[in-house]
Ligand binder design. Structure first.
Ligand SMILES: Cc1cc2nc3c(=O)[nH]c(=O)nc-3n(C[C@H](O)[C@H](O)[C@H](O)COP(=O)(O)O)c2cc1C
Length: 188
């Protein structure tokens, strides 16, 4: 059975390191047999969540579109920047809007793998703890393993793969485990 995985980074920045990691993760997922939807949140622009805005206009088109896309997936691979030891405002805002559409139904039964990229030494590890909590609140199961890529500004080769073979192997293993777990969820 086909396993469908949605992949995105919590940064819209053109030169985003997390977008690079998301691309490398998407390639690893494809190699592991998944059908991948790699999206850029720059194409899903949403206003900052505001209850009055929601009451007067409902969820923005971009959130409705992303929610519909997510509903058709078996899992998620997220590449999440770390801002002040937590998730980026863009990641949080996106998840908040999605959680408001039909009670966040699109998250139900999904499994997620978490990754982060940062120029710093810890690679965004602390933000991943917060992201994990948020996803659990939304009913998403997360893989216990994750990848926090430190010194990410020097980590990628021209082919988009990770220069350090051990890091690339960690990413490949994360992707393979996500596909395996999504298959188990499908069968359950
Ligand atoms: C407001 C702000 C807070 C940040 N806080 C952290 C942090 O806590 N830990 C960290 O490793 N990097 C931190 N950074 C650096 C980001 O990890 C870095 O800018 C990264 O490249 C952003 O992700 P992107 O390249 O995908 O856009 C911070 C950057 C900004 C703008």
């Amino acid at each position: 059975m086909t396993v469908r995985i949605l992949v995105f980074a919590g940064s819209a920045r053109h030169e985003s390191l997390n977008k690079r990691l998301a691309r490398a993760g998407a390639a690893a997922l494809q190699a592991a047999g998944a059908e991948v939807s790699l999206i850029d949140l720059a194409d899903f622009e949403m206003p900052l969540y505001h209850g009055d805005l929601e009451a007067s206009q409902g969820a923005p088109e971009a959130a409705l579109g992303l929610s519909a896309l997510l509903a058709g997936q078996d899992g998620l691979l997220l590449a999440s920047p770390e801002n002040n030891a937590s998730v980026s405002a863009l990641m949080k805002n996106t998840l908040d809007w999605l959680s408001r559409i039909e009670g966040g139904k699109a998250f139900a039964g999904k499994v997620a793998a978490l990754s982060a990229a940062s120029p710093g030494a810890l690679g965004g590890l602390r933000g991943l703890n917060h992201l994990r909590d948020i996803l659990h609140t939304l009913g998403v199961m997360t893989l216990p393993q994750s990848l926090a890529l430190g010194s990410a500004h020097t980590a990628f080769g021209e082919d988009g793969q990770l220069l350090d073979a051990r890091q690339q192997s960690r990413l490949d293993s994360l992707a393979a485990n996500l596909v395996r777990q999504a298959r188990l969820q499908q069968a359950a």
